[in-house]
Unconditional design. Structure first.
Length: 671
């Protein structure tokens, strides 16, 4: 009893401290007024917990390892103090190499970090130069970019290795100049993150091919260089990390409650899953279809198409929606399925309809189900870089609501192997297509206002799942995820659940069955959806993929020229172009009421009400973060900071179960 009471009062104290900390300002963290003004212009007034802990430590010159939830503000946590430190150095900077390196795993993330840093520099009106380098750049372009050495270099480990090997970066100059090194998301991606927390850094880096790339640099990192490692890692790795780059780092990490991992997924993201048929029907259909279609994968994909159609067309999930597939072909299959269809108004259907005494005025409505009219864009590693960045910009700006993205959670090599194998089988022309090994939108990309993430294909690991889901519910927004799990994916799904430490009694980390999709709703769409799915043949997919690539190469050239003239004007081209040859009929796009299942209709109404209540009008513009949600909806409510040796606690630590005030329960009903 005494222990329980003691613990309670301790918790209350912690809670009070937490609330005080919540009011802490950037000024109190010692941030430069110019940066504070710049943040205010961006609508950012108060630091997030990771920022509260990390900024003072980084300003004090400490090495920091920060492990924090997705969408918690890690980028500003290091960019702000990094810039501030360079403010004072810049006047006297006569370095022959960049003073700060920010290394990230993908081109997309590099663009994002570069833009954030640049925009802060511009808003602060300081003379700092930031450049972004990619390994696809020619040696002369790399040299030009580094000719008058920038203060900050944003790049990937692979590109740094290239620069060093081509003599674009001089090792001695790096040794003399480098003062701050940031690794953002570089080291954390490895399979089954939570089962291998003790694996060595070398293993982690190796799994993503960064080992050699980073080793090329580590030899030239001067002892005095301040090193920051942002993202998931465990204290068990620090000793190993220290040997490579870190010096007595402060470790900022999520607290763990007992043996159970604390919230890994931000609390404001609700997770759902849909199992395709747990009943006999599935087994029967598999047998029949397996006979008709030797390639059973085709059937599984087709079946999932019915479910995703029901989710989107019956408006059971909120827009904007980010859909993940594991292959590029599947992405295009989905896009074609959404936008095109077969003509069901064939005489035989009309005859059947008349035979059933269907009302004549509903005949046109019937066609709706074969022309779903859902416009989407596919984002993948095959597209030119400009197009990819532009697609991201447009999606973030709210110009379209559905983005299908291929995953980068599988190792790049594996992905390339799979693709090249498939491509070789197709045609020589297609085999020439190149995938960008630095593509990636799963880690770190700050998608704006994505309300729903759908796993059309399940990711290959727990880490992949967390990063996908982390594209929604960023900062103070709410979000939801729906995973379509086929029986074949049950094993990986179970692994993911155990990696999350799933616990029904806790708000986060729990993946609930999706409550709104009734069997009737799915079955009412099944017949027509499968009819349409059949029309999306392998050839159609291949042709549209090639067509899209051609379009985007053209776009990319135009964009390149355009961006040179108007670097800030990205709103030039549309990427969610219809790829199917038949133009969708605009008047055929609504689902006729008589085909709607009453339960689903109710569910859809609830979604709309919830959307209205949250002010999500899908316009792509949101109100500021502040005051929209309760403090305990903050994705980063919990940090502990561990100092070297003395076990300094500088951050806040949330206790076991968060203050549940019913808010979360309410949320569970509205997706
Ligand atoms: N103090 C703050 N107040 C409000 N919003 C913030 C604050 N700091 C950052 N943000 C916003 O939160 C969003 C997520 O930030 P960021 O991309 O840095 O998250 P992250 O922790 O790096 O996520 P990930 O793990 O996915 O990389 C961004 O849109 C950013 O502008």
């Amino acid at each position: 009893m005494a222990t329980a009471t003691g613990k309670l009062s301790h918790e209350n104290e912690d809670q009070e401290k937490e609330e005080q900390d919540d009011d802490q300002t950037f000024e109190e963290l010692g941030l430069d007024p110019r940066l504070i003004r710049a943040l205010t212009k961006k609508g950012i007034d108060n630091p997030t917990p990771i920022q509260r802990v990390a900024i003072p430590l980084i300003l004090a010159g400490k090495d920091v390892v920060a492990r924090a939830k997705t969408g918690s503000g890690k980028t500003f946590a290091y960019v702000l103090p990094l810039l501030q430190k360079l403010f004072s150095d810049s006047a006297s900077n006569k370095n022959l190499a960049p003073t700060a390196f920010i290394l990230v795993p993908t081109r997309e993330l590099s663009q994002q970090v570069y833009s954030e840093a640049l925009s802060l520099i511009e808003l602060c009106r300081v003379q700092l130069k930031v450049v972004q380098l990619m390994s696809t750049m020619s040696a002369s372009d790399l040299k030009t970019a580094l000719a008058a050495p920038p203060d900050i270099l944003v790049s990937t480990p692979a590109c740094i290795k290239t620069c060093l090997s081509k003599g674009v970066l001089n090792p001695t100059s790096v040794q003399n100049s480098l003062s701050i090194l940031v690794l953002d998301e570089v080291q954390i991606q490895y399979d089954h993150e939570f089962q291998h927390l003790n694996s060595s850094l070398a293993d982690l880096l190796l799994s993503y091919g960064y080992e050699d790339d980073l080793k090329a640099l580590t030899a030239h990192i001067p002892r005095r260089c301040q090193c920051l490692l942002m993202s998931a890692t465990s204290s068990a790795d620090v000793e190993k990390l220290k040997k490579l780059i870190l010096h007595n780092p402060y470790i900022l990490t999520l607290p763990e409650v007992g043996d159970v991992k604390d919230d890994i997924i931000p609390q404001n993201v609700q997770q759902f899953w849909v199992l395709k048929n747990g009943h006999n029907y599935y087994v029967m259909v598999v047998v029949v279809i397996a006979l008709c279609y030797p390639e059973r994968r085709l059937f599984r994909a087709r079946d999932k198409l019915v479910y995703i159609l029901a989710l989107l067309k019956l408006e059971l999930v909120q827009k904007k929606v980010l859909i993940f597939t594991n292959t590029i072909d599947m992405g295009f299959r989905l896009k074609l399925f959404f936008e095109q269809g077969v003509d069901v108004l064939k005489p035989k259907w009309i005859a059947l309809y008349s035979f059933c005494n269907g009302p004549k005025d509903k005949l046109t409505g019937l066609a709706v189900f074969v022309r779903f009219g859902i416009k989407s864009a596919v984002l993948n590693s095959e597209l030119p870089q400009n197009s990819r960045l532009h697609i991201l910009e447009e999606f973030n700006a709210g110009l379209f609501d559905y983005l299908i993205a291929t995953d980068d959670s599988q190792s790049k090599k594996e992905q390339a192997d799979v693709e090249s194998h498939v491509e070789q089988k197709k045609s020589r022309k297609h085999a020439k297509r190149k995938l960008d090994s630095e593509f990636g939108v799963v880690r770190g990309i700050d998608f704006k206002n994505v309300h729903t993430v759908i796993n059309f294909d399940m990711p290959q690991s727990g880490a992949g799942y967390i990063h996908r889901i982390g594209r929604t519910g960023r900062a103070y927004n709410t979000g939801a995820s729906v995973s379509l799990v086929s029986p074949e994916e049950m094993e990986i799904f179970e692994e993911i659940k155990s990696a999350l430490g799933e616990d029904e009694t806790r708000d986060s980390n729990f993946i609930a069955p999706f409550p709104l999709l009734t069997k009737n709703a799915v079955e009412s769409l099944r017949y027509r959806a499968e009819d349409v799915a059949r029309s999306v043949t392998k050839i159609a997919v291949r042709e549209s993929r090639a067509q899209d690539l051609r379009n985007e190469i053209l776009n990319s050239e135009k964009l390149k020229a355009h961006f040179q003239d108007n670097p800030r004007d990205l709103d030039l081209l549309k990427h969610d172009k219809v790829l199917s040859k038949k133009a969708p009929a605009p008047h055929l796009r609504d689902v006729p009421e008589y085909l709607l299942d009453p339960t689903t209709q109710e569910a859809s109404k609830v979604i709309k009400l919830a959307r209205a209540a949250m002010g999500n009008t899908n316009s792509g513009h949101r109100k500021g973060f502040k005051g929209k949600f309760r403090k305990n909806s903050n994705p980063l409510k919990s940090f502990s900071a561990e100092a070297p040796k003395r076990g300094f606690k500088g951050g806040m630590k949330r206790k076991g179960k968060d203050k549940d005030d019913g808010h979360t329960n309410k949320k569970k009903q509205s997706v």
